[in-house]
Design a protein around this ligand. Structure first.
Ligand SMILES: Cc1cc2nc3c(=O)[nH]c(=O)nc-3n(C[C@H](O)[C@H](O)[C@H](O)COP(=O)(O)OP(=O)(O)OC[C@H]3O[C@@H](n4cnc5c(N)ncnc54)[C@H](O)[C@@H]3O)c2cc1C
Length: 404
């Protein structure tokens, strides 16, 4: 019989979403169990692009200036789209390139420093979303509220809905790491680091070359159903970007712009990838994980203080409205970039317009939102673009019904 331990809040998963949730709740005075199946530091497949938006979200969740992780900061970005050069932009708002192993270990430490009790290295079993509770070895943890921040294959989402994601709405990404000696684009003391993004390197997706302190990360990702042979896309991208093919390639699902319509049930909330909160155009997920983790913890705290834990979900949904709005606007813009008959016109407009480019880079920095960009696009693009988006749903990969 497992021995019982009781908390105000159990957070399952200690990535950016879970650590942000645990730190926020512990600082607010809740007793928090922070559970992860892995011990830290642990590997997480990710480009590690930590934007200005993520930095802002980090400060809000952890009440600290910046995570204690080494990153390389780039202020130059170069874009390609469907084999064409779009251009290089210097002096852009900084993008910090982190290794997730060290970044996540720093976030986890910040959460435990804030007072969350760590339970790592054992996968939870018997997740009960009604109590809520879970078993860890010979311990039975229960709480008044639970936050599922356990990533794209979330066990908490599975316990709630029977499966963690809809197979038609998921993305998939492949990635490889190159030490400086084998990366042709590794930054040197004489050169500024440049972030490279290639839209269309995968169908309804993109490729990236991110310089790091210890080499370069190269990857491709896109809508899974549209890329049955992602390995071939990766090989093409490696060849095209001058990286050797004989490298270890790893893959992972990415909830690419398919947020759950309702992220949880009553006193069980889902945050980050578990709720499908990833930018559908750039694949950025760290910022939304930090934002949603913090908001989930604030909702849990308010519900507990009101003596009404079942209101946690309603409070959370209210707090998440701007995030859903941002992802919704990005989903609206996405066909302009990826639908074959629209993209040439869109890319030409993007290339011509300094304002659009500037706004897009400010959006990555968290200084503006997709809503502002789509408002400007409405004014700028011919009406037939918008009609085509709303009428032609047949080419869209995201037509599966929204997740419950
Ligand atoms: C190849 C690739 C490249 C990417 N590049 C970028 C990028 O450059 N920038 C960016 O912003 N985003 C990027 N993303 C997206 C980003 O990685 C995720 O959106 C982000 O990690 C989500 O954070 P999270 O805390 O929700 O989940 P995760 O970071 O996945 O953390 C989940 C945690 O839960 C734990 N866990 C899992 N299952 C269980 C379980 N059953 N019980 C207990 N614990 C469990 C895991 O060990 C992990 O620590 C990329 C994703 C991929 C796949």
């Amino acid at each position: 019989m497992p021995s019982p331990r009781r908390f105000d809040l159990i957070v399952v998963g200690a990535g950016p979403a879970g650590s942000a949730a645990a730190a926020t709740a512990a600082r607010a005075g809740l007793s928090v169990a922070l559970v992860d199946k892995c011990d830290f530091p642990r590997h997480k497949l990710c480009g590690g692009g930590f934007t200005g938006r993520a930095m802002k979200a980090f400060r809000a969740a952890f009440a600290q200036d910046a995570p204690e992780a080494p990153y390389l900061t780039a202020t130059s970005v170069s874009f390609g789209a469907f084999g064409r050069e779009i251009g290089r932009y210097d002096d852009v708002p900084p993008i910090h390139m982190a290794m997730r192993q060290t970044l996540d270990a720093a976030l986890f430490k910040a959460a435990t420093d804030a007072g969350a009790a760590p339970f790592t290295g054992t996968a939870p079993r018997d997740i009960d979303v009604s109590e809520p509770a879970l078993t860890l070895g010979d311990l039975r943890l229960s709480a008044t509220v639970m936050i599922g921040a356990d990533g794209v294959s979330s066990g908490v989402a599975r316990a709630l809905y029977g499966r963690p994601f809809h197979p038609k709405q998921i993305g998939f990404a492949l990635e490889a790491e190159f030490p400086p000696s084998t990366a042709p684009d590794a930054p040197t003391e004489a050169s500024d680091p440049v972030v490279r993004i290639d839209f269309g390197a995968a169908d309804w997706g993109y490729g990236w070359v991110f310089p790091k302190t210890c080499g370069t990360t190269v990857g491709v990702g896109g809508v899974h159903t549209r890329n049955p042979d992602m390995k071939a896309q990766m090989t093409r991208y490696l060849d095209g970007s001058g990286h050797p093919r004989d490298v270890r390639i790893k893959g992972q699902y990415l909830p690419f712009g398919a947020p759950r319509r309702v992220p949880g049930r009553n006193r069980v909330l889902l945050a980050g990838d578990a709720a499908g909160l990833v930018d559908p155009i750039t694949g950025e997920g760290i910022a939304y994980a930090l934002i949603s983790g913090r908001i989930a913890a604030e909702a849990a705290t308010a519900a507990l203080r009101a003596g009404a834990p079942d209101t946690a979900l309603a409070r959370y949904r209210k707090g998440l409205r701007p995030t859903y709005r941002a992802i919704g606007h990005a989903r609206l813009i996405r066909p302009l970039l990826f639908q074959p008959r629209l993209r040439d016109g869109f890319i030409a407009s993007f290339q011509r317009s300094e304002t659009l480019k500037h706004d897009y880079l400010r959006m990555l920095a968290g200084e503006t939102e997709y809503a502002d960009i789509s408002r400007k696009l409405v004014a700028r693009l011919p009406r037939h673009f918008w009609r085509a988006i709303t009428l032609s749903r047949s080419e869209r990969p995201d037509i599966a019904p929204p997740l419950p």
